[in-house]
Unconditional design. Structure first.
Length: 202
C-alpha cells in the first residue's frame, strides 16, 4: 500500500515536471532558458547533477548529505527489523528452548546486535516483544522512505526552479530611490516635499 502510493506520487510528479518543461517557451522564457530548464530538470533525476549544471555547487553536498543520511537511516532500520525477525525464526526453529536465557546462550551475537533488549523471560514474552519492536520499526521505515522520496523530489524541484531563473530580469528597470517632488497641494507653488519614486519599465 505504501509503496503503491510512493510510486503514484513519483509518477505524477514526473509527468507534471515534463509538462512544465514543454510549456516553458509559452511562458515567455527565451530559447536558451527553455533549453536550460529542460536539461537541468532531466539531469536533476540524478541527485546533484541538476545543481551542478545550474552552477549551484554549494547545494550538491547538501543534496548528497540529505539523501545519504536518510538512506543510511532506512538501511539501519531494516537491519534492526531483520534482527528481530531472526529472533522469531530462532524461536520457531528451536521449540525446545523455553527461556530468554537459553535463546541468548544459543545465539549471543544476534541478541548483542539488537538495539533494544527483551524484558520478558519466557519465550512467548520474547516473541511478543519482538513483534512489537518489528511493528515500530516498520512504521519508522515507512517514514524514512517518505523522507527519502521527499528529499529526492526536492532535489528535482530545486534544480527546476534555478533553471527557471536563468533569464530572470535583475536589471535596473525596477528601482526605488528617494527624490524631491513638487507638492501640488502646498500653499506656495515652489514648495518641495521629500518622497520616493518607483520606476518600473516594461
Amino acid at each position: 500500500m505504501i509503496r503503491t502510493a510512493l510510486i503514484a506520487l513519483f509518477l505524477s510528479f514526473s509527468v507534471g515536471t515534463a509538462a512544465q518543461v514543454q510549456d516553458t517557451l509559452a511562458h515567455g522564457h527565451s530559447e536558451a532558458a527553455a533549453h536550460n530548464i529542460k536539461l537541468a530538470t532531466t539531469l536533476a533525476f540524478i541527485p546533484g547533477a541538476g545543481q551542478i549544471y545550474n552552477r549551484k555547487y554549494w547545494k550538491v553536498p547538501i543534496v548528497w548529505g540529505a539523501l545519504g543520511g536518510v538512506a543510511y537511516y532506512y538501511v539501519d532500520l531494516s537491519q534492526d527489523f531483520n534482527n528481530y525477525e531472526s529472533v522469531l525464526q530462532l524461536i520457531i526453529d528451536e521449540p525446545s528452548l523455553q527461556t530468554r536465557t537459553e535463546l541468548e546462550s544459543l545465539a549471543p551475537d544476534l541478541f548483542a546486535a539488537l538495539p533494544a533488549p527483551f524484558y520478558q523471560n519466557s519465550v512467548n514474552g520474547v516473541a511478543q516483544e519482538a513483534m512489537g519492536y518489528m511493528e515500530a520499526l516498520r512504521t519508522q521505515r515507512e517514514y524514512a522512505l517518505f523522507g527519502l522520496l521527499g528529499v529526492y523530489l526536492l532535489n528535482i524541484l530545486d534544480a527546476n526552479i534555478d533553471a527557471h531563473l536563468y533569464d530572470f530580469d535583475v536589471s535596473d528597470d525596477l528601482s526605488l530611490h528617494p527624490s524631491l517632488n513638487t507638492n501640488r497641494f502646498a500653499s506656495r507653488p515652489a514648495e518641495l516635499a521629500p518622497g520616493f519614486t518607483l520606476v518600473f519599465a516594461l
